[in-house]
Design a binder for this molecule. Structure first.
Ligand SMILES: Nc1nc2c(ncn2[C@@H]2O[C@H](COP(=O)(O)OP(=O)(O)OP(=O)(O)O)[C@@H](O)[C@H]2O)c(=O)[nH]1
Ligand SMILES: [Mg+2]
Length: 366
């Protein structure tokens, strides 16, 4: 699962990328259009992992991870109603969700392509740009369907006609500025358009990149923007990219000290990473084996047998049963043995749908 970082030129994309991945990609540099994307992995902060570690004293704790891709060079026309194409579109299409870095910091030495700082305008512009791009793909596909329909055999006609109807419906909603992620589609319709990788169908996280001077307003701004952009499959967060990048390069304890000195309670960054994880439809379950507590990433609605397969293919192949304790139950009992004694350890079969925070042991035989 991959999150594509997008945004207008010089909005702070690489800065945010470095902050989430603790990376050291060059910031503020001229990025040639031939440059490949920056790819990095962020550890998903999860307080439950800390609790489990304290309780069970493993030698190692392993958090879940999520991959971010910072597309080095947005095309010159981005944000100018020219649509998205070429290599840039190819990279973007592969992303499972988009993280839009919205410029909200003032800095005269970093000029904005539109000459002023206006985050809401920028959100609207990029939405429009992506809608253009989706509409262009739909138009091309509709033309091809028309051609194919002429030569189609009767049994093929039906499928073409159905696809045509779905695309026409989506396209008319897009024209009234409703991105696909906000359109009410049936499961069948969603499935039918999956392979097009439409940009406006991807879950969207808006990250407003504010300046250090507005740090004290961060939470009120966050409330305001959250309310304004409360839409299906969308989330909003506020972050001071530059500061978060600097903090991410420090040792944890030093960073923590700076945070308290600045009056920052929870790392805005942690929240942002968790939001992107949730937006991808991902949850974590935990295993405790041989001195290691580990968070594993699965999609919501994953059956136990598939979850076991994440840990080891043999566990999926030879799956017998799962022994599961809900995280909260384990915390209440203080140990796995006590949870078992109190009957809070559930024995589950292949089809059990794993829940967020389950602490699982898989029994298998091959
Ligand atoms: N003051 C301030 N400057 C920032 C902030 N975030 C980014 N910048 C500056 O803005 C400039 C551009 O930042 P980048 O992270 O390279 O932006 P980008 O979106 O990756 O730029 P391109 O990839 O060239 O489109 C750099 O000089 C950063 O230092 C911020 O929160 N505050
Ligand atoms: Mg960049």
């Amino acid at each position: 699962m991959e999150i594509g970082i997008i945004g207008l030129p010089k909005s702070g994309k690489t800065t945010v990328f470095n902050a989430v991945t603790r990376g050291k990609a060059e910031v503020g540099a001229y990025t040639p259009s031939t440059a490949g994307p920056n790819i990095g992995v962020a550890k998903v902060p999860d307080p439950r992992l800390e609790v489990l570690s304290e309780m069970l004293h493993p030698k190692r704790k392993v958090p879940a991870e999520v991959t971010y891709v910072d597309l080095a060079a947005p095309p010159k026309g981005l944000g100018r109603s020219e649509g998205v194409g070429g290599q840039f579109l190819a990279h973007l299409s592969k992303a499972d969700a988009l993280l839009h870095v919205v410029r909200a910091f003032e800095d005269e030495t970093v000029p904005h392509i539109d000459g002023s700082i206006d985050p809401e305008r920028d959100v609207a512009n990029l939405d429009l740009e992506f809608a253009f791009s989706d509409l262009a793909i739909i138009e091309r596909r509709l033309q091809r369907i028309e051609t194919s329909l002429k030569a189609a055999k009767p049994h093929e006609r039906e499928a073409f006609s159905r696809e045509k109807a779905i695309l026409a419906k989506i396209s008319s909603a897009l024209e009234s500025e409703v991105p696909i992620r906000e359109q009410e589609l049936t499961d069948e319709e969603k499935k039918a358009i999956l392979s097009y990788q439409f940009l406006t169908a991807k879950p969207l996280l808006l990250v407003f990149n504010i300046g250090e001077d507005r740090l004290s307003q961060a939470s009120s701004l966050e409330q305001e923007w959250r309310a304004k952009y409360q839409r299906p499959q969308s989330q909003a967060a506020v972050l001071c990219g530059k500061l978060e990048m600097e903090l991410s390069q420090l040792e944890d304890t030093d960073a923590q000290e700076f945070r308290s000195a600045l009056g920052l309670e929870e790392a805005a960054l942690n929240l942002m990473i968790r939001l992107s994880y949730e937006l991808l439809g991902l949850i974590s379950f935990f295993t405790v084996v041989s001195d290691e507590v580990k968070a594993w990433t699965i999609h919501r609605q994953t059956p136990a047998v598939k979850a076991a397969g994440k840990v080891h293919t043999d566990m999926e192949r030879g799956f017998i049963r799962a022994e599961v304790i809900a995280f909260d139950d384990l915390v209440k009992c203080g140990s796995i043995a006590e949870a078992r004694k109190q009957g809070l350890l559930h024995v589950e079969g292949k089809d059990y749908i794993v829940r967020d925070g389950d602490v699982s042991t898989f029994l298998f035989n091959i």
